[in-house]
Design a protein around this ligand. Structure first.
Ligand code: SF4
Ligand code: F3S
Length: 269
């Protein structure tokens, strides 16, 4: 039988810190090597491409032309729109134009990370570059959002592999996030929750309550209003409670538009 074609993936980087790619690089289920060598064909990715310059730009254009309607577009980073989008350019073109061009014939579009989902930290007031998420610059195009700062690689991989397996996207919530990953509040599954219910709180970093692992609500935890699966997944299979609340820091709502980067955790003096 004909070997099944690995779905081509075009990956764009806008205004960001490469956190989503860095988090994906540390994935183990599957590993990044297994993903890009056996499951998808990563035809363009500025961080992971072995080549550089005109050559990789040519490969990208060729792949998009040859795979119209078949490739997956991943956007990482925000897209600045002020002044014609000049604040982020790659190979002489604005991220705004590159995103619109690549979205035109994509089979599906995934915004990976909070920046690509709704602008992230770049969009915090006063947002001088006019940073926006992918769905805001692609009206009429469905964009799946996998927010988080960084986003959990499992949330990305689960969604992409669902698409590769079933040829359609998984069920999404009102903000176009996959329900399987973002269906529950952090507060619902947090293992400090019994302390919250019993009224046992840390009130200062390093105090007795903090040392005893009590609830971080009074240190500004946004777990009660943030949807994500960090308490059940943690990060990168290292075990030992590696996620914000697990290491003693309140959730700051990184995956929630209007909370993470726009609502201070502490009242400013
Ligand atoms: Fe809820 Fe945050 Fe307390 Fe966990 S640490 S129980 S998420 S308020
Ligand atoms: Fe982000 Fe809160 Fe999880 S800050 S990583 S959503 S615990």
């Amino acid at each position: 039988a004909e070997p099944k074609m690995r779905p081509p993936v075009i990956w764009l980087h806008g205004q960001e810190c490469t956190g989503p790619t860095e988090s994906l690089l540390r994935s183990e289920q599957p590993s990044l090597a297994h993903l890009i060598l056996d499951m998808i064909s990563l035809d363009y990715h500025q961080t992971l491409d072995a080549g550089a310059g005109h050559k990789v730009e040519e490969i990208k254009k060729k792949s998009m032309e040859a795979n119209k309607g078949k490739y997956l577009l991943v956007v990482e980073g925000a897209i600045p729109v002020n002044d014609g989008g000049i604040y982020c350019k790659i190979a002489g073109e604005t991220m705004l134009d590159l995103t619109r061009e690549a979205a035109e014939h994509a089979a599906a579009i995934v915004a990976f990370g909070s920046c690509a989902s709704w602008g992230g930290v770049q969009s915090a007031s006063p947002n001088p570059t006019g940073a926006k998420g992918a769905q805001a610059v692609l009206p009429g195009k469905p964009v799946v959002n996998i927010p988080g700062c960084p986003p959990n690689p499992a949330n990305f991989l689960g969604t992409v592999l669902y698409f590769v397996t079933f040829g359609k996207l998984p069920p999404l919530d009102a903000q176009n996030r996959p329900k399987w990953a973002y269906g529950r509040l952090i507060h619902e599954n947090c293992y400090r929750r019994p302390h919250f219910d019993a009224g046992r709180f840390a009130t200062e970093f390093g105090d007795e309550g903090h040392k005893l692992g009590h609830c971080l609500y009074k240190l500004g935890c946004k777990g009660p209003e943030t949807y994500n699966n960090c308490p059940s997944l943690e990060f990168n299979n290292v075990g030992g409670g590696v996620w914000p609340i697990g290491v003693g820091h309140p959730c700051f709502g990184c995956s929630e538009e209007g909370i993470g980067f726009n609502k201070p955790m502490f009242a400013l003096a």
